[in-house]
Design a protein around this ligand. Structure first.
Ligand code: AMP
Length: 280
């Protein structure tokens, strides 16, 4: 596996691969890799001739009071895990090369970013769409792999690739969880042992929603109320508990088909998100 920092170098390496007709699979990440990321890398390995993993903590998707500075980083471990999972290239550009002084272009995906995390993290999806578009232009993959864990992100990226005719297939892979159900996240490393125990309630609340829907409960507002009751004792703050249409991400009142049940809560100073897709 090759570790590449320069944009020009990764471009020229990949041009050579594409000229030989080799399919390129791409996994964009912010590093501090865990099994969730590795499942995407392994899938990319299965499906493609060349696998590129990017590790880039993207400053433009963090708000001024968010955790850009503290975001966990461990490149040596990431490199080991990338290699073990089958990556050919670990692309780790510098912030300066991605955003030189004169940088001025941003991508805004409208509509889909109004609800859920878009409501609570202004500028977040603008930063995500921009960096993913840049990475797509550098890597020019055939397929890019994203996790269901960040459901809104993968829907926004799919929309962007279609709207801008990028010709890249976006594949969304299932959320990988710890044994007790907590969705794996680089940010779980922030949790104290007490917070880690409390965090499992997020998954329990999602399971409660799934169970109620299976028992013929169609009333989204009632289900959200029950989930909030369950989360209130463990969450420091609840950003949202929402039941939305999985395509439009608009709130659903009466559940009649497939829905995305999505949660964002603060456990101590850590903001965690999770979701499930379920149907009536
Ligand atoms: P991040 O490094 O958090 O930006 O995540 C990089 C990619 O890994 C995104 O597509 C995420 O959705 C995906 N991902 C993060 N956590 C998980 C997880 N627990 N299961 C599956 N995919 C994940």
């Amino acid at each position: 596996m090759k570790i590449v920092r320069s944009i020009r170098e990764i471009k020229s390496e990949l041009i050579r691969c594409r000229n030989k007709g080799r399919a390129v699979g791409f996994v964009p990440t912010m590093g501090y890799l865990h099994e969730g990321h590795l499942s995407l890398i392994r899938k990319a390995r299965q499906d493609n001739d060349v696998v590129v993993v990017s590790i880039f903590v993207n400053p433009t998707q963090f708000g001024p009071d968010e955790d850009y500075g503290e975001y966990p980083r461990d490149l040596r471990r990431d490199a080991r895990l990338c290699k073990k999972s089958g990556a050919d290239y670990m692309f780790h550009p510098t912030v300066k090369s991605m955003y030189p002084k004169e940088y001025s272009t941003f991508i805004s995906v409208e509509g889909l970013t109004k609800n859920l995390c878009g409501k609570f993290r202004p500028g977040y999806f603008r930063g995500v769409a921009t960096v993913v578009a840049k990475l797509f232009n550098i890597v020019k993959p055939d397929v890019a792999y994203f996790g269901q864990k960040d459901a809104q992100q993968s829907i926004v990226i799919k929309r962007m690739t279609e709207d801008l005719d990028m010709g890249i297939r976006v594949e969304v892979m299932p959320t990988v969880r710890e044994k007790d159900g907590l969705a794996m996240s680089s940010r779980n490393s922030y949790l104290s042992s007490d917070e880690r125990k409390r965090a499992v309630t997020i998954y329990r609340a999602l399971q409660l929603a799934r169970d109620l829907i299976k028992l013929d409960d169609k009333d989204a507002r009632g289900i959200i109320r029950e989930m909030r009751k369950m989360l209130a004792p463990v969450a420091t703050k609840i950003d949202y508990v929402s039941i939305v249409d999985p395509h439009t991400l608009k709130d659903v009142k009466t559940i009649t088909g497939e829905v995305l049940v999505a949660v964002a809560v603060w456990i101590g100073a850590t903001r965690l998100i999770d979701n499930i897709l379920t149907r009536y």
